[in-house]
Write a protein that binds this ligand. Structure first.
Ligand code: C2E
Ligand code: MG
Ligand code: MG
Ligand code: MG
Length: 284
């Protein structure tokens, strides 16, 4: 640790800076190595309707670093976005999603899967063509995929974003606004973009039904979504009280630790298999 003299702050500052740069370097270098290996996988977190049925699932990236253990996507996704690795990560996750959908289809499951798409990825020049080609070669209909985008996409040319989303909509792809309620305050974009769904951010969900401001905001989002014909999913649902409140207010689906944690996709297939075809020799 730094010594007690006048150079103190400089030393701390430089150390902090260096470790951040160092972190960036290993993140970038090791992530590139990890893509396409078992280090990097997608987990699935299912979503449930009020009747308890599964309505879909979100695919979430998980990276287990050989030396450093689990690295949070909150850490490596931003690095991937800044360094251009997100393109590679994105194509890998699309392949994964298509294969996952085919596996589910074999078990008779036809709900869509949600994939997080970063703004940079969405606006890549050949993105639509890439999606079309991949869906075609995998034999997966576009309406089995929901792309989750954040309001961060709105700092871009909204006209261009809308056009890109329209083109993808023609392939059947549906769009969800992730972390809704935390970002942009100008809601006019809601009618300019072809949207299917809003995902209420967990920071709002966490405070219902105790905090009156959060209750008001969540009710407002649900009422507005109803008027705009948008589906609403609440994320980060951790308690029975939250679940009850959200379903009582006609939220369409819930996602969160209360119902299921993100799990390896194979584990999900086992859940599906055992629930759907219970029989001798099979146990959950
Ligand atoms: P997100 O898309 O908003 O995902 C929801 C996050 O909430 C996930 O964090 C999930 O594990 C966590 N979560 C789910 N249920 C609960 C709950 O009940 N309580 C709490 N406290 N948290 C819950 P995770 O997996 O760490 O992902 C963080 C973010 O990283 C995601 O936020 C998403 O923006 C991004 N991300 C993850 N995977 C990908 C990916 O494959 N591609 C891209 N572009 N972004 C990704
Ligand atoms: Mg998401
Ligand atoms: Mg979210
Ligand atoms: Mg988030």
């Amino acid at each position: 640790r730094a010594k007690q003299h006048s150079g103190n702050q400089v030393t701390f500052y430089e150390q902090g800076l260096q470790s951040e740069v160092e972190q960036r370097l290993w993140l970038e270098h090791d992530l590139l190595q990890a893509i396409g290996t078992p280090q990097l996988v997608l987990h699935i977190q299912p979503q449930f309707g009020c009747d308890g049925r599964v309505t879909g699932g979100e695919l979430l990236a998980r990276w287990t670093h050989p030396a450093r253990g689990a690295v949070s996507p909150a850490l490596f996704i931003p690095v991937a976005e800044e360094t251009g690795l997100i393109g590679l990560l994105g194509s890998w996750s699309l392949q994964f999603a298509c294969d996952a959908l085919l596996s589910l289809q074999k078990l008779g499951e036809t709900y869509p899967l949600s994939l997080n798409i970063s703004p940079k990825q969405l606006m890549e020049p050949q993105f639509t063509e890439y999606i079309r080609d991949t869906l075609e070669s995998k034999g997966v209909p576009g309406n089995r995929l929901i792309f989750e985008i954040t309001e961060g996409v709105l700092i871009r040319d909204i006209q261009a974003v809308a056009q890109r989303m329209q083109a993808l909509s023609l392939l059947g792809i549906r769009f969800s606004i992730d972390d809704f309620g935390t970002g942009y305050s100008n809601l006019a974009y809601l009618k300019r973009l072809p949207l299917y769904e809003l995902k209420i951010d967990k920071s709002l969900v966490q405070d219902v039904p105790n905090d009156s401001d959060s209750i008001a905001i969540v009710q407002l989002i649900l009422a507005m979504a109803d008027q705009l014909n948008l589906r609403v999913v609440a994320e980060g649902v951790e308690t029975e009280a939250q679940s009850r409140f959200l379903f009582e207010h006609a939220c369409h689906a819930l996602q969160g630790y209360l119902l299921a944690r993100p799990m390896p996709f194979d584990a999900w297939l086992d859940v599906v298999r055992t629930r759907q075809r219970p029989g001798p020799g099979l146990s959950a």
